[in-house]
Ligand binder design. Sequence first.
Ligand SMILES: [Mg+2]
Length: 189
Amino acid sequence: MRIGVDIDGVVADSYPAWLQELNRHYGKQITVLEDYEMHLVFDVPFDDMNNFFVENVEYLLSMPKPIQGAKESIEKLIQEGHDIVYITARRPEEEEITRDWLKKHGIPHETVLFSGFNSKVELVRQWQMQAFVEDHSVNARGIAQIGVPVFLLTTSYNKGEVLPENVARCADWPCILKGLLQLAKLGPM
Ligand SMILES: [Mg+2]
């Protein structure tokens, strides 16, 4: 089975780390990200926050820790013969730093696709993915809509979202791994 895997919020524990840096930068003390769109949480223009990310990209993309269980689960899936393809909304310019981070943390990776500000849905279709792991409810919905089952890691910014039936919520990677292995057993969808 070819499994698509997002990076930020799924493999890299980026948001808590970024929240801390954004609090420092904007002089705020926000403790919980209740919206995926961080500029809304901080009440600043999108471009302003985007500039902060562009100017500090090396630091911000290299500092997050991996999400617990991601590495082991991905290793297990590869062992079981599955093909892991990462799709991130990071920009293509950030490929080297992203690969360096995966390498530094020993997370197996070959194909990493960079959608930037474009939708991930087209890449999921082109690469004929059979399942996807995501944390952003908008992406999860879009991918589910083309008939690809999605495992959504529950976070502070997606916990209130109502989801279609082929999006399964998981609190952690052991749950995602179990769901993916079960799905693989059912055969081609
Ligand atoms: Mg993400």
